[in-house]
Design a protein around this ligand. Structure first.
Ligand code: MRU
Length: 350
């Protein structure tokens, strides 16, 4: 299995996704500030992986605390959480994971005889549980979603929603993997996904690792392939799903969804429940990260654009729910109207 991230005695070890597929190297984050840095610089990326990384960052921060007692730990704990929460704004899994760690911290600190060390141990165990649950959720998404994939045909995906974006197996790529395991003869088309090239570099690398036939296309080629009948379904991941079913995902996803509708191709989103944000009413309210201009102006250290030209670099866009055929979660498959199907699977949430 691809080891995207793992807890070790020395710190959290990350496969460096900035240099794949040409180099398979690892970065060891020895303290919570380094975990924050690793998330910001996209050594690790993908909503579920970011969430679990932040949880491990919290555990690491508390383990290294020099606080004499639980009272002294309190402000330090908040500082750790705030630092990790300040890394990337769009993937709600980050905030979900930090909140879960906060709740666990409060419960552990309230236990009779609790010490800084016992809280640190409990938080480490919680982050490891989240790691295992993430892989389990991906497997369950695969089980729910596999039958939605064509038994023989082309499936387009955008960005990387695979093992590299999770603790293993993947969301959208997990559904593809499950369909292949059940005997479907899928050919995956991976949008290159400018500017960070998650499709060209990461999706292609991990699917080739599993011997799943994969073809990379430039982002502007999808329409033409759809028109030629080469794409039978689209499946992507998500960074945040609003209460009405609007989906924030990697920039370019919205365009793919509109194209799919125009060509009568189903457009699926696969995401764990931790990506659903019922506190956010619609996609309009989802914060979209704007990243550094250099990601667009340069590639491999080489300048592509004229000096001083205007640049935009929103990392995500929002696909309105009306373009989404179904949302595949570990709890089941949601269909429109999404506010209702969300309520059915989690009645207390809305
Ligand atoms: O900027 P990234 O690479 O973190 O963006 C990742 C995506 O947009 C993924 O599609 C999303 O996080 C789902 S990953 C299972």
């Amino acid at each position: 299995m691809i080891l995207t991230l793992e807890w070790t005695d020395e710190g959290v070890r990350f496969l460096d996704q900035r240099v794949l597929p040409l180099e398979e190297t690892y970065v060891l984050a020895k303290d919570y500030n380094q975990v924050a840095e690793v998330i910001t610089t996209m050594v690790v990326r993908g909503a579920p992986a970011i969430g679990v990384s932040a949880a491990m960052g919290v555990a690491l921060g508390v383990r290294q605390s020099k606080a004499a007692d639980l009272n002294a730990l309190k402000p330090e704990f908040e500082q750790i959480c705030n630092t990790l929460a300040g890394t990337r704004p769009t993937a709600v899994n980050l905030f979900w994971a930090i909140e879960r760690m906060r709740q666990r911290y409060l419960a552990l600190a309230a236990e009779p005889g609790a010490t800084v060390q016992s809280v640190a141990q409990g938080l480490k165990e919680e982050s490891l549980r989240m790691y295992d649950e993430d892989i389990q959720a991906c497997r369950e998404m695969g089980a729910h979603g596999a039958s939605l994939m064509p038994t023989d045909g082309g499936v387009l995906t955008h960005c990387n929603a695979g093992a590299l974006a999770t603790c293993g197996y993947g969301t959208a790529l997990g559904v593809i993997r499950a369909a292949v395991e059940q005997g479907s003869r899928l050919r995956v088309f991976a949008d290159e996904t400018r500017p960070f090239l998650q499709g060209a570099r990461l999706t292609a690398w991990e699917l080739m690792h599993d011997d799943i036939p994969t073809t990379v296309l430039c982002d502007n080629m999808a329409a033409s392939l759809m028109r030629k009948g080469q794409i039978s379904a689209v499946i992507v991941g998500a960074d945040r799903i609003a209460a009405n079913g609007d989906v924030a995902n990697k920039i370019g996803t919205y365009g793919v969804a509109v194209l799919a509708k125009e060509h009568g191709i189903p457009f699926y989103v696969a995401a764990p429940w931790s990506t659903i944000d019922v506190q956010t009413a619609t996609g309009e309210d989802i914060p979209i990260e704007e990243r550094a201009q250099v990601e667009v102006t340069h590639h491999g250290g080489k300048q592509l654009t004229p000096q001083g030209v205007g640049i935009v670099n929103p990392a995500f866009d929002v696909t309105p729910a009306k373009y989404v055929t179904a949302i595949i979660t570990e709890r089941g498959v949601l269909r429109a109207p999404y506010a209702e199907s969300l309520r059915e699977l989690e009645p207390a949430a809305l």
